[in-house]
Design a protein around this ligand. Sequence first.
Ligand code: SF4
Ligand code: SF4
Ligand SMILES: [Zn+2]
Length: 364
Amino acid sequence: MHATHPPQCSVCKKALTPWQILAEQKNHTTANKSTNALKPQPYHCCGSFECSNILAKVSTMSTPQFASYLSFHSQNIIARETNAKREAERLAAQRREEDEENQTTYQHYLQNNENLNRLSHPLLVIPSSSAPLIPLEEDRKKNFTELLQNLIAQASEDGFTYSDEHKINEKKCQDNNAYLAASTALSSINNQACTLCKGGCCTQGYDHAYLTAATLYRFMQSENGHSPAMVMEEYLGRLPEKSVDGSCLFHTQSGCALTREMRSDVCNGYLCDNLKNFNQQFSGHTNEKNGRSGAGEPQENINKSATRDSCPSNKGVVVKGAIIKGAVVISRALDNWRNQNHSGNNQIIKTVVIEPSEPGSEKT
Ligand code: SF4
Ligand code: SF4
Ligand SMILES: [Zn+2]
Protein backbone atom coordinates (compact mmCIF):
# COMPACT_ATOMS: atom_id res chain seq x y z
CA MET A 1 0.00 0.00 0.00
CA HIS A 2 1.32 3.44 -0.87
CA ALA A 3 1.02 6.28 1.60
CA THR A 4 -0.88 9.22 0.11
CA HIS A 5 1.17 12.37 0.07
CA PRO A 6 -0.51 15.74 0.47
CA PRO A 7 -0.51 17.78 -2.73
CA GLN A 8 2.50 20.03 -3.24
CA CYS A 9 2.62 23.60 -4.46
CA SER A 10 3.28 23.38 -8.20
CA VAL A 11 5.90 26.11 -7.90
CA CYS A 12 7.86 25.80 -4.65
CA LYS A 13 7.00 22.10 -4.10
CA LYS A 14 6.07 22.65 -0.46
CA ALA A 15 3.40 20.27 0.84
CA LEU A 16 0.10 22.05 1.30
CA THR A 17 -1.36 22.27 4.78
CA PRO A 18 -4.90 20.91 5.38
CA TRP A 19 -6.12 24.53 5.49
CA GLN A 20 -4.53 25.32 2.16
CA ILE A 21 -6.08 22.19 0.62
CA LEU A 22 -9.51 23.19 1.93
CA ALA A 23 -9.12 26.76 0.69
CA GLU A 24 -8.02 25.47 -2.71
CA GLN A 25 -11.01 23.10 -2.95
CA LYS A 26 -13.35 25.93 -2.02
CA ASN A 27 -11.87 28.24 -4.67
CA HIS A 28 -12.04 25.49 -7.23
CA THR A 29 -15.72 24.79 -6.51
CA THR A 30 -16.58 28.50 -6.73
CA ALA A 31 -14.68 28.85 -10.00
CA ASN A 32 -16.38 25.79 -11.49
CA LYS A 33 -19.81 27.06 -10.46
CA SER A 34 -19.20 30.43 -12.01
CA THR A 35 -17.79 29.09 -15.30
CA ASN A 36 -19.88 25.94 -15.36
CA ALA A 37 -16.73 24.17 -16.49
CA LEU A 38 -15.94 21.12 -14.38
CA LYS A 39 -12.30 20.91 -15.38
CA PRO A 40 -9.78 19.19 -13.07
CA GLN A 41 -7.51 21.62 -11.18
CA PRO A 42 -4.05 21.05 -12.70
CA TYR A 43 -2.00 23.24 -10.36
CA HIS A 44 -1.72 23.58 -6.61
CA CYS A 45 -0.63 26.74 -4.85
CA CYS A 46 0.79 27.25 -1.35
CA GLY A 47 -0.78 30.69 -1.37
CA SER A 48 2.48 32.68 -1.17
CA PHE A 49 2.49 35.96 -3.08
CA GLU A 50 5.29 34.77 -5.35
CA CYS A 51 3.81 31.35 -6.20
CA SER A 52 0.32 32.82 -6.70
CA ASN A 53 1.72 35.41 -9.13
CA ILE A 54 3.56 32.78 -11.13
CA LEU A 55 0.51 30.51 -11.38
CA ALA A 56 -1.71 33.44 -12.31
CA LYS A 57 0.20 33.65 -15.62
CA VAL A 58 -1.36 30.33 -16.74
CA SER A 59 -4.21 32.09 -18.49
CA THR A 60 -1.86 34.39 -20.43
CA MET A 61 0.35 31.76 -22.10
CA SER A 62 0.09 28.67 -24.25
CA THR A 63 0.48 25.34 -22.41
CA PRO A 64 4.10 24.70 -23.52
CA GLN A 65 5.08 28.32 -22.83
CA PHE A 66 3.61 28.15 -19.37
CA ALA A 67 5.26 24.78 -18.66
CA SER A 68 8.68 26.20 -19.41
CA TYR A 69 7.94 29.45 -17.50
CA LEU A 70 6.79 27.44 -14.48
CA SER A 71 9.77 25.10 -14.59
CA PHE A 72 12.24 28.02 -14.75
CA HIS A 73 10.72 29.88 -11.78
CA SER A 74 10.14 26.72 -9.79
CA GLN A 75 13.81 25.74 -10.07
CA ASN A 76 14.92 29.25 -9.06
CA ILE A 77 12.68 29.31 -6.01
CA ILE A 78 13.72 25.82 -4.91
CA ALA A 79 17.43 26.67 -5.36
CA ARG A 80 17.03 29.92 -3.41
CA GLU A 81 15.21 28.19 -0.56
CA THR A 82 17.75 25.36 -0.44
CA ASN A 83 20.58 27.91 -0.19
CA ALA A 84 18.74 29.84 2.52
CA LYS A 85 18.24 26.62 4.50
CA ARG A 86 21.93 25.70 4.17
CA GLU A 87 22.94 29.19 5.27
CA ALA A 88 20.62 29.01 8.31
CA GLU A 89 22.16 25.65 9.25
CA ARG A 90 25.67 27.06 8.85
CA LEU A 91 24.81 30.02 11.09
CA ALA A 92 23.21 27.81 13.72
CA ALA A 93 26.29 25.54 13.75
CA GLN A 94 28.61 28.55 14.00
CA ARG A 95 26.57 29.99 16.85
CA ARG A 96 26.67 26.70 18.75
CA GLU A 97 30.42 26.52 18.26
CA GLU A 98 30.90 30.09 19.48
CA ASP A 99 28.60 29.53 22.44
CA GLU A 100 30.66 26.52 23.47
CA GLU A 101 33.89 28.46 23.07
CA ASN A 102 32.46 31.36 25.09
CA GLN A 103 31.50 29.00 27.90
CA THR A 104 34.87 27.24 27.92
CA THR A 105 36.75 30.55 27.93
CA TYR A 106 34.52 31.91 30.67
CA GLN A 107 34.93 28.79 32.78
CA HIS A 108 38.70 28.92 32.33
CA TYR A 109 38.75 32.61 33.25
CA LEU A 110 36.80 31.96 36.48
CA GLN A 111 39.11 29.09 37.43
CA ASN A 112 42.11 31.40 37.09
CA ASN A 113 40.52 34.21 39.09
CA GLU A 114 39.32 32.81 42.37
CA ASN A 115 37.60 36.02 43.50
CA LEU A 116 35.18 35.75 40.55
CA ASN A 117 32.28 33.37 40.12
CA ARG A 118 29.20 32.91 37.93
CA LEU A 119 26.94 34.77 40.33
CA SER A 120 29.20 37.72 41.07
CA HIS A 121 30.47 38.16 37.50
CA PRO A 122 28.14 36.81 34.80
CA LEU A 123 29.29 36.48 31.23
CA LEU A 124 28.71 39.24 28.70
CA VAL A 125 29.74 38.63 25.08
CA ILE A 126 30.13 41.71 22.89
CA PRO A 127 31.18 42.35 19.29
CA SER A 128 33.80 44.94 18.40
CA SER A 129 34.81 47.46 15.84
CA SER A 130 38.40 46.80 14.95
CA ALA A 131 38.76 48.52 11.55
CA PRO A 132 41.53 51.12 11.30
CA LEU A 133 41.02 54.87 11.02
CA ILE A 134 41.17 56.38 7.55
CA PRO A 135 40.93 60.01 6.38
CA LEU A 136 37.34 61.10 5.85
CA GLU A 137 36.88 61.44 2.09
CA GLU A 138 35.63 64.68 0.53
CA ASP A 139 32.79 62.77 -1.18
CA ARG A 140 31.47 61.57 2.13
CA LYS A 141 31.64 65.08 3.61
CA LYS A 142 29.76 66.36 0.57
CA ASN A 143 27.07 63.67 0.93
CA PHE A 144 26.66 64.50 4.57
CA THR A 145 26.51 68.27 3.95
CA GLU A 146 23.72 67.77 1.40
CA LEU A 147 21.82 65.49 3.75
CA LEU A 148 22.20 67.98 6.58
CA GLN A 149 20.96 70.88 4.45
CA ASN A 150 17.95 68.85 3.46
CA LEU A 151 17.12 67.78 7.03
CA ILE A 152 17.59 71.31 8.40
CA ALA A 153 15.23 72.65 5.72
CA GLN A 154 12.61 70.07 6.73
CA ALA A 155 13.11 70.80 10.43
CA SER A 156 12.73 74.56 9.80
CA GLU A 157 9.38 74.26 8.03
CA ASP A 158 6.43 75.93 9.75
CA GLY A 159 4.34 73.47 11.71
CA PHE A 160 7.02 70.77 11.78
CA THR A 161 5.72 67.78 13.74
CA TYR A 162 7.38 64.57 14.86
CA SER A 163 6.63 61.56 12.66
CA ASP A 164 5.26 58.28 14.04
CA GLU A 165 8.60 56.67 13.27
CA HIS A 166 10.35 59.27 15.43
CA LYS A 167 7.92 58.61 18.28
CA ILE A 168 8.57 54.86 18.06
CA ASN A 169 12.35 55.39 18.16
CA GLU A 170 12.01 57.82 21.03
CA LYS A 171 10.02 55.24 23.00
CA LYS A 172 12.57 52.49 22.27
CA CYS A 173 15.32 54.84 23.39
CA GLN A 174 13.49 55.57 26.66
CA ASP A 175 12.80 51.87 27.30
CA ASN A 176 16.40 50.81 26.72
CA ASN A 177 17.76 53.63 28.83
CA ALA A 178 15.28 53.01 31.67
CA TYR A 179 17.43 50.17 33.06
CA LEU A 180 20.48 52.37 32.97
CA ALA A 181 18.73 55.33 34.54
CA ALA A 182 17.64 53.05 37.40
CA SER A 183 21.10 51.68 38.12
CA THR A 184 24.37 53.58 38.14
CA ALA A 185 26.20 50.23 38.42
CA LEU A 186 24.53 48.84 35.30
CA SER A 187 25.08 52.13 33.52
CA SER A 188 28.80 51.98 34.32
CA ILE A 189 29.04 48.35 33.11
CA ASN A 190 27.33 49.40 29.86
CA ASN A 191 29.66 52.37 29.38
CA GLN A 192 32.71 50.21 29.89
CA ALA A 193 31.41 47.45 27.60
CA CYS A 194 30.64 49.95 24.80
CA THR A 195 34.02 51.64 25.26
CA LEU A 196 35.71 48.24 25.04
CA CYS A 197 33.67 47.36 21.93
CA LYS A 198 34.55 50.69 20.28
CA GLY A 199 31.21 51.04 18.55
CA GLY A 200 30.54 47.63 17.01
CA CYS A 201 27.04 48.83 16.19
CA CYS A 202 28.08 52.13 14.57
CA THR A 203 29.33 50.45 11.41
CA GLN A 204 26.09 51.02 9.53
CA GLY A 205 25.85 54.73 10.26
CA TYR A 206 27.57 55.32 6.87
CA ASP A 207 27.09 58.94 5.73
CA HIS A 208 23.76 59.49 7.48
CA ALA A 209 24.60 58.82 11.14
CA TYR A 210 20.90 57.95 11.56
CA LEU A 211 20.08 61.66 11.67
CA THR A 212 16.54 62.74 10.89
CA ALA A 213 14.73 66.06 10.64
CA ALA A 214 13.32 65.28 14.11
CA THR A 215 16.81 65.07 15.66
CA LEU A 216 17.70 68.43 14.15
CA TYR A 217 14.41 70.00 15.15
CA ARG A 218 14.97 68.89 18.75
CA PHE A 219 18.53 70.23 18.66
CA MET A 220 17.29 73.58 17.33
CA GLN A 221 14.72 73.79 20.13
CA SER A 222 17.19 72.76 22.86
CA GLU A 223 18.10 74.95 25.81
CA ASN A 224 20.16 77.63 24.08
CA GLY A 225 18.33 77.41 20.78
CA HIS A 226 20.20 76.95 17.52
CA SER A 227 19.54 78.74 14.26
CA PRO A 228 19.76 76.65 11.06
CA ALA A 229 23.19 78.19 10.35
CA MET A 230 24.42 77.28 13.85
CA VAL A 231 23.18 73.70 13.47
CA MET A 232 25.03 73.41 10.18
CA GLU A 233 28.20 74.74 11.76
CA GLU A 234 27.96 72.55 14.87
CA TYR A 235 27.54 69.30 12.92
CA LEU A 236 30.05 70.04 10.18
CA GLY A 237 32.51 71.26 12.81
CA ARG A 238 32.40 67.84 14.42
CA LEU A 239 33.27 65.86 11.32
CA PRO A 240 36.53 64.17 12.26
CA GLU A 241 39.65 64.26 10.10
CA LYS A 242 39.74 60.49 10.28
CA SER A 243 37.00 58.00 10.99
CA VAL A 244 36.75 54.21 11.26
CA ASP A 245 37.07 52.55 7.87
CA GLY A 246 33.68 51.50 6.47
CA SER A 247 31.72 52.92 9.41
CA CYS A 248 29.69 55.98 10.33
CA LEU A 249 31.49 59.16 9.42
CA PHE A 250 31.38 60.32 13.06
CA HIS A 251 32.88 57.05 14.33
CA THR A 252 36.34 57.71 15.71
CA GLN A 253 38.64 55.50 17.71
CA SER A 254 37.65 57.28 20.92
CA GLY A 255 33.92 56.92 20.19
CA CYS A 256 31.28 59.11 18.64
CA ALA A 257 32.33 62.62 17.64
CA LEU A 258 28.81 63.95 18.27
CA THR A 259 27.50 64.91 21.70
CA ARG A 260 24.59 62.81 22.94
CA GLU A 261 22.30 65.78 22.37
CA MET A 262 23.27 65.85 18.71
CA ARG A 263 22.78 62.12 18.11
CA SER A 264 19.60 60.48 16.87
CA ASP A 265 17.34 58.50 19.19
CA VAL A 266 18.43 55.44 17.27
CA CYS A 267 22.03 56.10 18.32
CA ASN A 268 21.18 57.09 21.89
CA GLY A 269 18.79 54.21 22.43
CA TYR A 270 20.29 51.26 20.62
CA LEU A 271 21.76 48.39 22.57
CA CYS A 272 22.98 45.23 20.90
CA ASP A 273 21.04 42.12 21.88
CA ASN A 274 23.56 40.88 24.40
CA LEU A 275 23.85 44.13 26.27
CA LYS A 276 20.08 44.53 26.24
CA ASN A 277 19.61 40.97 27.57
CA PHE A 278 22.26 41.56 30.20
CA ASN A 279 20.49 44.69 31.44
CA GLN A 280 17.13 42.96 31.49
CA GLN A 281 18.53 39.95 33.34
CA PHE A 282 20.55 41.80 35.94
CA SER A 283 18.51 44.91 36.49
CA GLY A 284 17.70 44.82 40.21
CA HIS A 285 20.74 42.61 40.84
CA THR A 286 23.32 45.33 41.41
CA ASN A 287 24.54 46.85 44.61
CA GLU A 288 24.01 50.52 44.04
CA LYS A 289 26.41 51.40 46.86
CA ASN A 290 29.16 50.03 44.65
CA GLY A 291 27.91 51.81 41.59
CA ARG A 292 28.69 55.25 40.39
CA SER A 293 27.19 57.30 37.70
CA GLY A 294 29.70 56.43 35.03
CA ALA A 295 32.18 58.67 36.90
CA GLY A 296 35.33 58.97 34.89
CA GLU A 297 33.63 57.35 31.93
CA PRO A 298 33.77 59.24 28.66
CA GLN A 299 30.01 59.83 28.62
CA GLU A 300 30.24 61.58 25.28
CA ASN A 301 31.89 58.53 23.82
CA ILE A 302 29.30 55.91 24.55
CA ASN A 303 29.01 54.05 21.30
CA LYS A 304 25.44 53.09 20.75
CA SER A 305 23.71 53.20 17.44
CA ALA A 306 21.61 51.55 14.79
CA THR A 307 18.37 49.65 14.65
CA ARG A 308 19.00 45.99 14.18
CA ASP A 309 19.98 43.30 16.61
CA SER A 310 22.30 40.47 17.23
CA CYS A 311 25.59 40.17 18.94
CA PRO A 312 26.98 36.77 19.88
CA SER A 313 24.64 35.11 22.34
CA ASN A 314 24.89 35.69 26.03
CA LYS A 315 24.11 33.35 28.89
CA GLY A 316 23.95 34.67 32.42
CA VAL A 317 22.94 33.04 35.68
CA VAL A 318 20.32 34.93 37.62
CA VAL A 319 19.58 33.86 41.16
CA LYS A 320 16.90 35.57 43.19
CA GLY A 321 18.46 38.10 45.54
CA ALA A 322 21.97 37.65 44.09
CA ILE A 323 23.99 40.80 43.56
CA ILE A 324 26.39 41.05 40.66
CA LYS A 325 29.68 42.86 41.15
CA GLY A 326 30.56 43.16 37.50
CA ALA A 327 30.87 41.04 34.38
CA VAL A 328 33.39 38.92 32.57
CA VAL A 329 33.32 40.37 29.08
CA ILE A 330 34.34 38.36 26.05
CA SER A 331 34.94 40.55 23.05
CA ARG A 332 34.69 38.99 19.59
CA ALA A 333 36.27 40.26 16.40
CA LEU A 334 33.28 40.95 14.15
CA ASP A 335 31.08 44.00 14.46
CA ASN A 336 27.44 43.81 15.50
CA TRP A 337 26.08 43.34 11.97
CA ARG A 338 28.66 40.97 10.55
CA ASN A 339 27.98 38.86 13.62
CA GLN A 340 24.53 38.20 12.22
CA ASN A 341 25.83 36.33 9.22
CA HIS A 342 29.22 35.37 10.63
CA SER A 343 30.92 36.78 7.60
CA GLY A 344 34.56 36.51 8.53
CA ASN A 345 36.70 35.36 11.38
CA ASN A 346 34.94 35.99 14.66
CA GLN A 347 37.67 34.93 17.03
CA ILE A 348 37.79 36.02 20.67
CA ILE A 349 40.04 39.05 20.88
CA LYS A 350 39.81 39.91 24.58
CA THR A 351 38.52 38.59 27.87
CA VAL A 352 38.21 41.30 30.46
CA VAL A 353 36.56 41.77 33.82
CA ILE A 354 34.67 44.99 34.29
CA GLU A 355 33.26 46.30 37.54
CA PRO A 356 31.30 49.47 38.21
CA SER A 357 33.82 50.77 40.71
CA GLU A 358 36.94 50.00 38.72
CA PRO A 359 37.91 50.66 35.14
CA GLY A 360 38.13 47.47 33.00
CA SER A 361 41.14 45.44 34.00
CA GLU A 362 42.44 43.41 31.12
CA LYS A 363 43.67 39.95 31.97
CA THR A 364 44.24 37.99 28.78
S1 SF4 B 1 25.70 48.49 22.17
FE1 SF4 B 1 27.01 48.81 20.38
S2 SF4 B 1 28.90 49.70 21.23
FE2 SF4 B 1 27.79 48.78 22.93
S3 SF4 B 1 28.61 46.69 23.13
FE3 SF4 B 1 26.79 46.55 21.80
S4 SF4 B 1 27.58 46.74 19.71
FE4 SF4 B 1 29.18 47.46 21.09
S1 SF4 C 1 26.63 56.78 17.83
FE1 SF4 C 1 27.81 58.31 16.67
S2 SF4 C 1 29.33 57.10 15.56
FE2 SF4 C 1 27.72 55.68 16.19
S3 SF4 C 1 26.31 55.61 14.45
FE3 SF4 C 1 25.56 57.18 15.87
S4 SF4 C 1 26.45 59.09 15.12
FE4 SF4 C 1 27.59 57.44 14.18
ZN1 LIG D 1 4.56 27.75 -3.28
